[in-house]
Design a protein around this ligand. Structure first.
Ligand SMILES: Nc1ncnc2c1ncn2[C@@H]1O[C@H](COP(=O)(O)OP(=O)(O)OP(=O)(O)O)[C@@H](O)[C@H]1O
Length: 273
């Protein structure tokens, strides 16, 4: 079942076309990786899905269907209902997921208060459970402010919050770029685990082809605002068609020459393919 269908989406900034005629489909439980050079329009496309286009950018044509609902036609108030509940985002800037001077617990509570009819007790219990589910010390994190947590902990908390309402689609825009290799792997493992638990669809924007190789089912490659190639990960890695895709794969560094005994298990797993 298709969860997200983007049809011929074109986004403009003044007279510049930023995203040109982009079409994409992601099915229930599917993990799609969107890759491509910097500035190719990946984040703008992702932002358009939830109606989060920055000021000055405008969808000129096309549609964004969440199942059968065209979310590109919705007013901001309706979009607010959908964001968090049906479509959730996590970003590279995990600090930005939380308001600095409100405890993490209070922010979880507000989210549940806005979107569910849970009682206060249920909300607290469910928030604690969600934090525990992402392997955080739930009582402590619940009472903490964002600045009291490490980067890895904060990204886990951001993921827990993004998943708390069991969205149909999780959009992860370079969620590991600001994290060290080991923490990045753990965060992706966590997303994979939550995806298994909820069977949500995942749209992952990344520059790291190791992560695509390991986690994605399908992939799409963007170049200068257009999708130049899309399909099953295996067939694209096995037989890339577009010259840009070939160039992208050719740029993957060869296996590190570090003696294997010096690599930790996580690093071994993370070695470029
Ligand atoms: N608010 C804005 N106003 C004008 N142009 C913008 C704005 N936001 C993004 N752009 C332009 O849109 C284009 C696509 O940007 P986008 O952030 O989607 O690229 P990207 O593929 O996600 O890049 P990266 O991998 O570096 O994050 C870029 O040329 C960028 O300069």
């Amino acid at each position: 079942m298709a969860i997200l269908t983007i049809k011929e989406l074109t986004i403009q900034h003044q007279d510049n076309t930023i995203v040109n005629n982009v079409s994409l489909t992601i099915h229930k439980g599917e993990w799609l990786a969107l890759v491509g050079e910097s500035g190719s329009g990946k984040s703008v496309t992702a932002a358009a899905i939830g109606g989060l286009l920055p000021a000055g950018l405008k969808a000129r044509s096309g549609s964004v269907l969440l199942q059968n609902q065209d979310v590109s036609r919705l007013a901001e108030k309706e979009l607010q209902q959908i964001r968090g509940k049906e479509i959730s985002y996590i970003f590279q800037d995990y600090q930005g997921a939380f308001t600095p001077f409100i405890t993490i617990g209070k922010q979880f509570d507000e989210m549940l208060k806005t979107h569910t009819s849970m009682s206060r007790k249920e909300r607290t219990e469910y928030s604690l459970l969600s934090l525990k589910n992402v392997q955080l010390p739930e009582e402590r994190v619940y009472k903490s402010y964002a600045f009291q947590l490490s980067g890895g902990q904060l990204q886990r908390a951001a993921i827990a919050m993004a998943m708390i309402l069991k969205p149909k689609l999780l959009i992860a825009d370079e969620p590991t770029t600001a994290l060290d290799g080991m923490t990045a792997m753990n965060v992706l493992e966590l997303i994979a685990h939550l995806k298994e638990q909820t069977n949500c669809a995942v749209l992952l924007i990344t520059h790291d082809l190791r992560h695509v190789r390991k986690y994605a089912d399908t992939m799409a490659i963007m170049l200068r605002g257009e999708i130049v190639e899309a399909g099953e990960k295996g067939s694209i890695f096995g037989k890339p068609q577009h010259p840009y895709t070939k160039q992208l794969f050719a740029a993957i560094p060869p296996l590190r020459e570090t003696p294997s005994r010096l690599l930790t298990i996580a690093e071994k797993e993370a070695v470029f393919i």
